[in-house]
Write a new protein. Structure first.
Length: 560
């Protein structure tokens, strides 16, 4: 080991990271500096600070390291670092509403990824980094392709398989039979632990039953929390002792609020799967709910090994889990038709009105007329995740904007997204000037108030909005949706049918355009519809927590 390496090693052990940078820069120049030293410089810059200037310098060093050695393992490591830190910078800029993120970095990532695919056989770490990049570019086809490559290499890669199924919900190339086919593979490849290593399942055998929920999403005002809150009532407490098994590293404000609702809460984060199974089984749970399905930090392996006599999938994922031991799936008759039940692995529980109920918001409901009276144009809006905005959706929305001169479309995503590719697609449809991309992160009340700027909300398809549709309706904004072909593509239908506005459910793309154009062209009808929505909110099942909780409690309590 030469003198420079020894000095670097000593400084590293002392955590004097900036001194390492100075040492490298004073003892080498850019021309003779090795890929190793460039990569090391990038690492120590990250260890020094998370400030933007350090991230930029770090990215530059990783890039130079890769360009020095494109075909070595060190070069591949540097490229992975380059991609990941670029995404970290993008997320940080997005959060802080900094518009100076160098988008050209994403173009360089794509170029270098193609090179690496030709130069290396094993690029798993790079693929995982690229997944992060594609998710921030609304590039669903490339995401699907990458997950497909990962499961072709390793069929037992459950996370990749779950993601492959999930992202196919965003496009309409699969029928429900195909969703079932791939979901069953999850069950096939998940491990089954020996019975002798598992605590026996007993159930409580009490009049007041033990009811439990498993989730990784009870945090940061996650949309699922608004639906889960709707089940809590005196009726529920009379029938059940309620448990929550949460899979999160920290305990934020939202989780602490939920801990007051549950009788027992336990953190399973960091536990081995078999230990989590035994922990839950020891509590003698009678009925347990999975609130994730294949989404989030899914825990389907726990349900495959059975946690309780009755296991139910609800709320987090609107399709089949594929797990044989998942006994039931909660739905309603607008979502899964009687002749379609065979295409879902679980038995279907039909709620009397709607499959879930929203607990409402602290912001008081207002009777808000459309803005068209005080402005020269109609304003459409969609606050759905940008990943749901498929090329077909863009094409349909573009046709609406073209038929209505001076109309506007406001788009706002709930997650950090680089809108460059979406802007390109709208530009190809010659309507980019009519689209407003709202990228500023707002507190939740400000987010809700933004609906006041919208006259009509446009739902995405085939992956409908759920939380965003409930938000729009709360702010008495009508939501135009389209008929679907399975559970997750019919959520908009169920919401609008329960609201009593079936005229806003389009039969196809042409009908969707006609509904939007006709409604936008008749201000009197639009305001009448908005008033109807305001009145109906109080008379429907969408936000009727007491009714939903009573129905939910009775159905779940009497399951066998």
């Amino acid at each position: 080991m030469d003198n420079l390496s020894l000095r670097i090693k000593k400084l590293f052990s002392e955590k004097k990271f900036l001194e390492i940078i100075n040492l490298i820069e004073t003892n080498t120049n850019e021309k003779n500096r090795s890929a190793y030293l460039y990569n090391l410089s990038g690492v120590v810059l990250l260890l020094s600070s998370a400030k933007r200037e350090y991230l930029l310098k770090s990215i530059n060093n990783f890039k130079k390291a890769y360009l020095k050695e494109k075909k070595t393992s060190l070069g591949l490591e540097a490229l992975v670092n380059f991609v990941n830190v670029t995404i970290n910078l993008f997320d940080q800029d997005y959060k802080e509403n900094d518009k100076t993120f160098p988008v050209k970095l994403f173009e360089e990532i794509d170029k270098y990824y193609l090179e690496a695919k030709n130069n290396f056989k094993n690029i798993d770490a790079l693929k995982k980094a690229m997944l992060r990049k594609y998710m921030r570019n609304s590039n669903i086809p490339e995401l699907i392709q990458l997950f497909k490559e990962m499961i072709n290499i390793d069929k037992k890669n459950i996370d990749a398989l779950c993601s492959y199924i999930y992202f196919n919900c965003f496009i309409d190339t699969w029928d429900q039979k195909t969703f079932l086919k791939y979901a069953i593979l999850i069950d096939k490849f998940l491990p089954l632990y020996p019975l002798e290593k598992l605590t026996p399942i007993k159930g409580s055998n009490n009049k007041i039953k033990n009811l439990a929920f498993v989730s990784s999403d009870i945090k940061s005002d996650h949309s699922i929390t608004y639906f889960l809150k709707s089940i809590f009532s005196k009726k529920l407490k009379e029938k059940f002792r309620i448990y929550l098994y949460f899979n999160t590293k920290g305990e934020d404000k939202t989780l602490k609020e939920f801990q007051d609702l549950f009788d027992v809460t336990k953190n399973i984060n960091g536990l081995k799967d078999i230990d989590a199974i035994n922990l839950i089984r020891k509590d003698n749970i009678d009925v347990i709910f999975d609130l994730m399905g294949i989404t989030s930090n899914q825990k389907l392996v726990l349900f495959k090994n059975r946690l309780a006599p009755i296991q139910i999938s609800w709320c987090g994922y609107c399709n089949t889990s594929g797990i044989k031991n998942m006994d039931y799936l909660i739905s309603d008759r607008n979502l899964i038709f009687e002749n379609e039940k065979k295409d879902y692995r679980e038995k279907i529980i039909y709620m009397p009105s709607i499959w879930n109920c929203h607990s409402g918001f602290s912001l008081e409901k207002e009777k808000i007329k459309s803005n068209i009276n005080s402005s020269s144009h109609i304003t459409f809006g969609s606050f759905n995740n940008f990943n749901k905005i498929s090329p077909k959706v863009i094409e349909v929305w573009s046709k609406i904007l073209k038929k209505l001169p001076h109309s506007k479309l406001i788009l706002k995503s709930s997650t950090p997204i680089n809108d460059t590719s979406l802007k390109k697609k709208f530009n190809e449809n010659n309507v980019l000037d009519s689209v407003v991309f709202f990228s500023k992160i707002l507190d939740f009340k400000s987010h809700l108030k933004l609906y006041k700027t919208i006259d009509i909300a446009l739902d995405t398809f085939p992956y409908n909005g759920v939380a965003t549709s409930f938000e729009a309706i709360w702010m008495n904004v009508p939501v135009i949706t389209m008929k679907g072909y399975n559970f997750n593509s019919r959520c908009g239908e169920s919401i609008n049918k329960n609201l009593g506005v079936e005229e806003l459910i389009a039969q196809d793309e042409s009908d969707y355009i006609n509904i939007a154009v006709n409604l936008a062209s008749n201000v009197e009808r639009l305001n009448s519809l908005r008033e109807k929505i305001f009145v109906n909110i109080s008379n429907t099942s969408l936000f009727d927590k007491e009714k939903f909780s009573k129905e939910f409690s009775e159905i779940v309590y009497n399951l066998e």
